[in-house]
Ligand binder design. Structure first.
Ligand code: GLC
Length: 485
């Protein structure tokens, strides 16, 4: 939108727009400062003392060659859906077949009791296997890659000690525990014929799935309900694993859990709205970076701005209207902002309809301008801050040219997210202007392959393969690998 569109906007509303612009704009100098601090924090997370970014070693110890084969189950327990897939990695290089079913993750399970969660998951798996394989009592155990996308300590690939819930989950009795036995108990009780081969993070899955088809892929990112990345480190650069005496040049995928970046509030330009989100979240003080970027929070930031401008500022937007619906926490998800940013009409008629239909509010023309600008500011800040993480890993690893595989609803569906992220990366890394608009950037963030399906299967395959070759590092239950190797 050109600034010319604001001509009609009354002075006091214009002042509010300018206040928001000041709060939410992250200029190049700030992006660079954040990135430099980020590089240090990545290092700190790998050190013996640790830092606020967990930098979890995952025991994924190689990239795929494209020649992996086998049939695997994959379970994805993300933030929004539960997905079960069966993936066959075929003889054909970098090819696979997949069948899958999606199950809704009931909202009440996210803050309920642990047993209910594991029971629900086991039931979904049972249903899937019965549908595709028939009588479960006649089946050998099928190897499974479990995508558990929360920060987990893994002393072994078939273990995951939940560090803390993220993305609004809050289930008692799981933090600090290894989730694998809880999961296996629920499977056993129902006679579900599965053996867990690998517990993985969605980012690691994304990295490996993307590298299966594109060898330039060096980083896997998720910009969805949560926000995080994984990349391949050398064991020699992971001081906190030094006691294991692994060969220094052996690769080890690191799940950064960069959502926790700047929990100690050193560099991120947090607004009062970010502070409010944090205070009212189940885990205040955690996931500072994620709370400014991820899909779970974008709509909520916007909602808080709107309510604040109605209640506390002289402009008193939506004056005289009932904003009861708008007052409900987390009632707007990021697709609401996407729709505002996607409104193609100069008079923002689609945005107006959205407000009328979903919130029972009829914004006037100037308020619509403010709404649109607020959405742009939130979406732009998210994309620009995300680029700092990608730039930091690239700087740390000395990557001048590579591909970054990205997945998640914000990356795939939020308007302009890719373009804004790419522009920020260019600013941070001081790339010269492109000679031709169609030229590739040195570091490109591209749509990833399916990490929690194909990625999980690949990691299961890579793990079986390395066990076969005698690399038993980070394997807790070798017996689970026996009949398959
Ligand atoms: C949260 C989780 C992390 C996951 C990300 C994206 O940040 O802690 O494990 O990768 O969301 O789903």
């Amino acid at each position: 939108m050109s600034s010319g569109s604001f001509v009609e906007v009354p002075k006091d509303l214009l002042n509010e727009i300018e206040r928001l612009e000041e709060l939410f704009t992250v200029d190049t100098a700030k992006l660079k400062q954040i990135t430099d601090h980020f590089v240090n924090e990545l290092e700190k997370g790998l050190s013996k003392e640790g830092g606020s970014i967990p930098m979890n070693p995952t025991w994924v110890m190689s990239f795929p060659t494209g020649y992996e084969t086998g049939t695997f189950l994959a379970l994805d327990m993300g933030g929004t859906n539960l997905r079960v897939c069966q993936i066959t990695l075929t003889e054909q290089k970098s090819e696979f077949d997949i069948i899958q079913s999606k199950y809704r993750m009931p909202e009440e399970l996210k803050t309920g009791v642990a047993e209910d969660l594991w029971e629900y998951i086991a039931e979904c798996l049972l249903q899937f296997i019965q549908t595709h394989h028939g009588d479960v009592t006649k089946l050998d155990k099928i190897p499974l890659g479990f995508t558990f996308s929360y920060p987990a300590t893994q002393n072994y690939i078939d273990e995951g000690i939940l560090q803390r819930w993220t993305k609004g989950f809050d289930i008692d009795g799981v933090e600090g525990q290894n989730v694998v036995p809880m999961f296996e108990k629920a499977l056993e009780e129902r006679g579900v014929p599965i053996k867990l081969t690998a517990l993985i993070n969605d980012t690691t899955g994304t990295l490996i799935a993307s590298a299966y088809t594109d060898t330039k892929m060096k980083i896997g990112c998720i910009f969805g309900t949560g926000c995080n990345a994984a990349y391949m480190e050398d064991c020699g650069s992971i001081p906190k694993l030094a006691h294991l005496n692994l060969p220094p040049d052996t690769p080890m995928a690191i799940n950064c859990e960069w959502g926790a970046f700047d929990n100690e509030q050193k560099v991120l330009p947090r607004t009062p709205y970010d502070v409010a989100i944090d205070n009212d979240s189940p885990r205040p003080g955690q996931q500072a970076f994620e709370k400014m970027i991820a899909g779970l929070y974008l709509g909520e930031i916007f909602r808080l701005i709107m309510v604040d401008l109605h209640d506390n500022h002289e402009v008193n937007i939506f004056a005289g209207q009932d904003i009861g619906k708008l007052r409900r926490p987390y009632s707007l998800d990021s697709s609401f902002l996407s729709a505002i940013e996607d409104d193609p009409f100069e008079n923002l008629s689609e945005t107006r309809e959205l407000f009328q239909n979903q919130l029972g509010i009829d914004p006037n023309r100037s308020e619509l301008e403010l709404i649109r600008r607020a959405a742009e500011l939130i979406g732009t800040r998210a994309a620009r801050l995300s680029a700092c993480g990608v730039a930091a890993i690239s700087k740390k690893k000395g990557y001048k040219e590579c591909h970054v595989g990205a997945d998640g609803s914000v990356f795939n569906k939020y308007p302009h997210f890719k373009k804004r992220g790419a522009a920020a990366l260019r600013e941070i890394l001081d790339w010269p202007a492109k000679a031709n608009a169609s030229d590739d950037d040195p570091i490109e963030i591209l749509a990833a392959e399916d990490g929690s399906g194909v990625g999980a299967a690949l990691i299961a395959a890579l793990t079986l393969e390395r066990v076969k070759k005698g690399n038993m590092h980070g394997i807790l239950h070798p017996e689970n690998f026996k009949d398959t190797v």
